[in-house]
Design a protein around this ligand. Structure first.
Ligand code: B16
Ligand code: MG
Length: 219
């Protein structure tokens, strides 16, 4: 294990679990109801940001303006659809290689935390029996400011009792990578290099990835 990295903070949607697609499907359903289509460009923008910020981007892309009360109702509707799509959630939703990687990090005695924008994070992790891996789970219910503000990762580092610079963050979103960098964390992107240029390194996922491989990516 790298001498510098003493803790690891994982984003949830798109890093540990493949739930980002369910978020997007629910937004597609809402936009269809409102009479417009969402593009892949908008999909990328929705990753890692809060429910209300996502709704504002969706509405803006459709050229729709509405009252705060209407927005609240729309956000609730989207969340109900999202939660419906998580009914019967099983281990298939855990991204490939994630459990082996978490086991490997644990065997190196490196403490782990989750830093997610989702208010549904603890529900998802406990349903998948994954909570015990993490010293701390900081989610959308625990922060005042959302990514790209670093608050979610700063709170996770505080719970790990580590300096930001000695924590590595794994993120799949542009806003999350910016949050990690702004907070002084090391950061590896999960996904496509073209979309995640700001990360120190990018991997497509954890399948076949060893802890040592990840550390070798950090200078
Ligand atoms: P919820 P992450 C984020 O989770 C998702 O990427 C983003 O698409 C979603 O809008 C946000 O959580 C809020 O989720 O509606 O469940 O509170 O990627 O930060 O783990
Ligand atoms: Mg994410």
């Amino acid at each position: 294990m790298s001498k510098e990295i003493k803790g690891i903070i994982f984003d949830l949607d798109g890093v540990l679990v493949d739930t980002a697609k369910y978020h997007f499907k629910s937004w597609i359903k809402l936009s269809a109801e409102l009479g417009f289509e969402l593009t892949p460009v908008v999909e990328e923008k929705l990753k890692g940001i809060s429910r209300m910020d996502s709704l504002n981007i969706v509405l803006e892309s459709g050229g729709i303006s509405c009252s705060e009360e209407e927005k609240k109702a729309m956000a609730e509707k989207k969340n109900t659809w999202y939660l419906d799509s998580l009914e019967g959630l099983d281990n298939d939703v855990i991204l490939e290689g994630v459990l082996s990687f978490l086991d490997a990090v644990k065997s190196h005695n490196i403490p782990m935390a989750v830093g997610s924008a989702s208010k549904n994070a603890t529900t998802i992790l406990s349903r998948l029996d994954m909570t015990d891996y993490f010293v701390s789970i900081i989610d959308g219910n625990h922060v005042q400011k959302t990514k790209p503000d670093p608050e979610v990762f700063v709170n996770a580092a505080r719970d790990l009792q580590l300096e930001e610079a000695s924590c590595l963050v794994f993120e799949d979103s542009q806003k999350g990578i910016l949050a990690a960098k702004t907070g002084g964390f090391r950061v590896i992107g999960i996904g496509e290099k073209t979309a995640l240029k700001e990360a120190e390194a990018v991997i497509s996922g954890f399948q076949g990835v060893k802890v040592e491989d990840v550390m070798a990516l950090l200078n």
